[in-house]
Design a protein around this ligand. Structure first.
Ligand code: ZN
Length: 119
């Protein structure tokens, strides 16, 4: 997959990728998240934080970043949602490394552009 729309677990959010596959915009559907909250026990703020992190993962990982387990799962099972609401999910080491590289690359690009503008 290159550019286009990627929907997130249980269609609680979506991310738009540019033609090169880099994430540019993401949406999180608060009404759906709130509905999910009322259906189960747990900390709503923790759930919201995890889903927001998932969407940021789309922006920073690009392409098709869904995985079989962890925070970037494409579809959350009841067990996964429970773990998420307990704050037990995170990015894998590989995902962390890729996101760090994307952020560092953006910082370097901004620095180079600033230096170019000052010339
Ligand atoms: Zn997703």
């Amino acid at each position: 997959m290159k550019g286009g729309l990627v929907t997130s677990p249980n269609e609680l959010g979506e991310a738009f990728l540019d033609a090169s596959g880099r994430g540019v915009i993401t949406d999180l559907f608060l009404d759906k998240v709130e509905r999910m909250k009322t259906e189960r026990e747990g900390d709503f703020a923790v759930l919201l934080a995890h889903l927001t992190a998932h969407e940021l993962g789309h922006l920073l990982l690009g392409g098709e970043p869904h995985s079989m387990s962890g925070l970037m799962q494409a579809k959350m099972s009841e067990q996964s949602l429970t773990k998420m609401m307990q704050g037990n999910f995170g990015f894998s080491r590989a995902e962390q490394k890729k996101m760090r590289a994307r952020v560092m690359g953006a910082e370097l690009s901004a620095l180079l552009a600033r230096n170019q503008a000052e010339k």
